[in-house]
Ligand binder design. Sequence first.
Ligand code: SF4
Length: 477
Amino acid sequence: MITITSRTVHDLALCERRAWLDADRSGPAYDAPLTLGIVWDGAGELETRRAAGWADAVEQTGRLIALGAASIFDACVQLDTALDLSDRVFMIRAQIDRLERVEHLGESVYAPVLLRESITADEGDRLMLDLWVWLLDSLGGTPPPAELWLGVDELGRARRRVPHEYDEARLLDVLTRLAALLAREDAPPIHLIEACKACPHRADCHAIARQDGALDLLYGVSQRVRAGLHAAGLRSLAQIAAASPDELQRVKGIGPASAPRIHANARAWLNARPVHLRPLPDRCAAGGWMFDLETLERNGQVVPWCMGWCDVRGQTQIALVGPVQTPETLALPGGQRVTLAPDSDGLWETLAESVAGSAPIFHWTGYDAALLRGTAPRAVRDALEPRFEDLHRHFTQAVSLPLRSTSIKAISTYLGYPWPGYNEWFAAYQDYRYWLDGGPIAALERACGYQRADVQSMAWVWRWWTGAGASTPESAG
Ligand code: SF4
């Protein structure tokens, strides 16, 4: 019998190959012991029940439903069914984050809830909820309502609850596709996409793509342009590198600006080293400040809650909005000094005072400059805007790396920066909120560590670029 799980359905929305690979590997995990959580009534304590394995967990879930538990966590349900006209039977299994007993159309039903720490959902999440509703409908006879809870904290509280719009036709289409996919002998081909970043097969797929010299590795090349290259007989990185930029321009979608960049990127991948397209601009060579900010949404407006800046050696200063009336300095246990300001205007004014002078203020992408224009007091904006320099733009126009991302994390890590702590803006924000709500200073220190890494990694990239790395460039052809 072929097994389809919630995870398989979620994976298919991202990548067929991942769905195929994960479906093959899902079996043994179901023999492991599982734990169910139960709350018997709305205000009751959470109890836990151990299950010896998957079959036991399914049986216990059925019993808890029959007994009328108010909430069941990690509920296990299974349906064995045909999905196509063949005689294959599929075992469809789901471990549901939370089942809530609710009154719906005059009867008691169990509504599935998908819990996410992040504040956004994706197509895979919606498909998983479709699957859960469909399974509960098949087992109980009524499609229950369902919800997606976003920004769920460690106490199970959600920042947002989104009612799910069940789409049976969408799910049946996915299950039919899965039935065909899982009949394949070999894994589907690799298509490197955004979702690869968080995929457990990333290292293997990248290794295969590198071995094959796949065009998927090229940075900033759309699917349409890749198809054009393929149609022009340029089907590998080696063929791209052997062509001239002028030849590349004959492909639709490639112009005089992008041809040298694609050519350089193919060579960077083939030689596993940076390729320098242009010399270091004087504006960057002179050095200056590295700057970054973190934002939140307040009353419909995006405003900074934290800023960090450092000199080219990495000496860092941090300012953040805190519970103060006027700016105050706080020393963190690790030694980092932080300026607390009453609002985002205070952050901008602290920055302007600290970086007074004429040195450039480097930032990564146009986001920080847009925030300066949109949220800084007029005097600060007038003083700082002419000094803002997009280091990301300068760097990516001049240097091509064998990477599929130009985020500061990807580039600085490639160049050897030992990224400390987490690299999740939302984790930093949660730690900051935790500290504001009375949490320990360690939470604020973690949030500031994230901000510090953002600017120190830029200084690292700048030092690499202006140092030995830029003195032995491979010339762009
Ligand atoms: S790394 Fe990318 S291509 Fe490979 S299985 Fe994962 S999502 Fe698919």
